[in-house]
Every structure is written in structure tokens, then in C-alpha cells.
Design a protein around this ligand. Structure first.
Ligand code: MRU
Length: 349
């Protein structure tokens, strides 16, 4: 199944529960915009493209559940739900992008309650389908960068689970594998929430792509000893100059790769680009519950002292000079990004 699916009969969204994979494969049903915002916040669904499309469906849920047939009241409800969903997580710009797109594409139906309800579902469905198509286009461009026999370090989870289906950086690796290239993946476990060890490893097992999990602090060793040909990761927000906010640890990985002359590619749909921000220092970085860091157990026991404090930024910014290229659905962007990137960002059709 897709990471997110719409049940047209019941008017509900069904999503894979990413908190408990790979131990259990279960689904969660969202019936309201509030359910959806909570699923985004608690990371039942995660990954920039997946939360964007979830927000679009969340807006559809708001209109289906609203107890009014006044077109004006429904429009106000659409805006309210959009604001709620945009605020669910701050870093990935795909949330705001999706909400703005739903509002823009629902404008023509604003005068009629029935038309508005129909249109919001149609827009969300179209965005879900487009996400899969865009990921395949990204992957076709990205797979050209991979040579037969490459060993690749991948950070976080950027696969089918982080999108509606197929994936971005992991989609590139999957495409190269399907083209018959032999690839080996070193999967960063991605502390503290372990999206790599849990989700990327689970996906690679299903695709039968050879991999080994490494703890995040091992990457430098493999890069320095010449055992890695490329680094691929995703993005949550890319600024006009090509700085990339992505899962915490991406920056350290890019530094180690750059220092060892290993190419680093960030892979994303252009819906992740925020041209309104000049550089990465302007990106809001989500800080999550310290218990995600402190709750770690080792040999059945909590690792940290009971009174320990922790910091937990969920993302960091990789400055553009550490990146070799940016892989989008419109092609691979090379430096100087500030000049080239805007040309790759086309307005939605
Ligand atoms: O906190 P998460 O798991 O939502 O963070 C996800 C990432 O950082 C991904 O690398 C990014 O969203 C790209 S997913 C195609």
C-alpha cells in the first residue's frame, strides 16, 4: 500500500504507522484535520513530501466533517485547518506549500459548498499522484549519478515511507538497483528516532538491495578509508542559495564527505525549495522532546542519569559549499546554486 491512502467511501485517510515499524505493520485512520495534525506532530507520518500530502488530505477531512452547507463558512474552515496543519511541524516547507496549493486550487470552487467539498478531495488526490510521479522523475535523473559497484551512505529515511510512494534519495538508489547496477548502502541509523535503522533498513530489505546499518558516528571512518563513493540524503527545506535543512546529522556527514572528496547529493522535489529565504540560517529548526534522546535503553536499562538534560534539534543545515549537486524532478542542479536553482523551480501546472 501507499504510505497514505484516501478511502473515498468513508471519507477517511489511512496511513502506515511509522512509529512502530519494523516490529509491527499497522495502519492509523485520520478522520479529522485535528487527527491529521496530531499524526504529523507525533510522527505517525513523517518525511517532508508525506507530511505535505497528509496536510492536503487533512484539509479535505476538515470540509467533509464540517457541519455546515454555507460556502463561506466552509472556506473559513479550510483556512483554519490549513493554519492548524501548517503549524504541526516547522522545518519542512512542504507543509506550507501543500496548504497554499490547496487554497489556490480551491479558489474557483469557493462559491458553492458542494463544489468546494468535491474540489478539495480532487486536489489532494492529484497531489498524492503527482508526488509519486515526481519521485520517479527525480530518481531517473539521480540514478545517472550512480555507477555500477558504488557504496553509498544514506541518512534518515527518504524512501516510499517518507513520500506517498517510491521515495527521493532512496528512490534514486532503488532506481539504480532496478536498472541492474550493483549498489551497496551503508545506512546511517539516524539517532535519536532511528529512521535509518528502522525504516530505511526495512525498505531496503523489501527491495532486496544489499545494505549494512552503521551508527552515525561510523560514517567518517568509512569515508576516510575510501570505502564510500557517494553520499545521498533528502531535504526538508532548501533556500535560494542551495543551503539544505535535513535530518540532524546530515551536516556532519556532509563535512566528513567533503573533507574526503566524496560527492554529496541532496535529493528533493521542488516543493521543498523555499526561494523566499536567502540562506539556511533563516530556516526554523524544530526542537523535539528531550526524552527522544534521554529515553535510550542499553541492555534493558535507561542509559542516562535520571536527572540528565538533553537538547534535541531534529534538523540541521548543510551549507551549499558542501554539496556537489541537488537532484530535482527537473534535473540535477550544480553550483553556483544561487544562480541555477531558481531556474529549476517551476510553478505548479
Ligand atoms: O523528522 P523526519 O523523519 O520527518 O525527517 C525526515 C527527513 O529529514 C528526510 O530526510 C526529508 O524529509 C526528506 S524525505 C523524502
Amino acid at each position: 500500500m501507499r504510505t497514505l491512502e484516501w478511502n473515498a467511501e468513508s471519507g477517511e485517510m489511512i496511513m502506515i504507522d511509522q512509529r512502530i515499524l519494523p516490529a509491527r505493520f499497522e495502519r492509523v485512520i485520520c478522520r479529522t484535520a485535528e487527527d491529521t495534525a496530531e499524526a504529523i506532530r507525533n510522527m505517525t507520518v513523517r518525511g517532508a513530501p508525506a507530511i505535505g500530502v497528509s496536510a492536503a488530505y487533512g484539509m479535505a477531512l476538515a470540509l467533509l466533517r464540517a457541519r455546515t452547507d454555507s460556502a463561506d463558512a466552509l472556506w473559513a474552515e479550510l483556512e483554519r485547518a490549513g493554519a492548524l496543519l501548517t503549524a504541526a511541524r516547522p522545518t519542512a516547507v512542504n507543509l506550507a506549500w501543500a496548504v497554499q496549493r490547496v487554497l489556490a486550487e480551491c479558489q474557483p470552487a469557493r462559491g458553492s459548498a458542494a463544489a468546494l467539498r468535491e474540489q478539495v478531495v480532487a486536489v489532494a488526490e492529484r497531489m498524492a499522484d503527482e508526488d509519486v510521479e515526481v519521485n520517479r522523475r527525480i530518481s531517473t535523473f539521480g540514478a545517472e549519478l550512480i555507477q555500477d559497484g558504488d557504496t553509498i551512505i544514506h541518512h534518515c529515511n527518504t524512501g516510499a515511507l517518507a513520500t506517498v510512494d517510491w521515495g527521493t534519495a532512496l528512490g534514486v538508489i532503488r532506481m539504480a538497483h532496478e536498472q541492474g547496477k550493483r549498489v551497496h548502502v551503508l545506512v546511517d541509523e539516524t539517532r535519536p528516532r532511528l529512521q535509518g535503522a528502522r525504516l530505511t533498513a526495512w525498505e531496503l530489505s523489501q527491495y532486496r538491495i544489499p545494505y549494512e546499518i552503521i551508527s552515525d558516528n561510523m560514517a567518517g571512518h568509512f569515508l576516510r578509508s575510501g570505502q564510500v563513493q557517494k553520499v545521498f540524503f533528502g531535504a526538508d527545506r532548501v533556500t535560494a542559495n542551495g543551503d539544505v535543512a535535513n535530518k540532524i546529522g546530515s551536516y556532519m556527514l556532509a563535512l566528513a564527505a567533503h573533507s574526503n572528496h566524496v560527492p554529496v547529493y541532496s535529493v528533493f522535489p521542488t516543493s521543498t525549495v523555499d526561494l523566499s529565504l536567502a540562506h539556511g540560517d533563516l530556516i526554523p529548526i524544530e526542537e523535539r522532546d528531550p526524552m527522544e534522546v534521554l529515553g535510550l535503553e542499553f541492555e534493558g536499562q535507561r542509559v542516562t542519569p535520571a536527572d540528565a538534560q538533553a537538547r534535541n534539534p531534529a534538523f540541521d543545515v548543510t551549507p551549499n559549499h558542501l554539496l556537489t549537486g541537488l537532484v530535482t524532478e527537473n534535473g540535477v542542479v550544480y553550483p553556483p546554486f544561487v544562480e541555477h536553482l531558481p531556474r529549476f523551480v517551476r510553478p505548479a501546472a
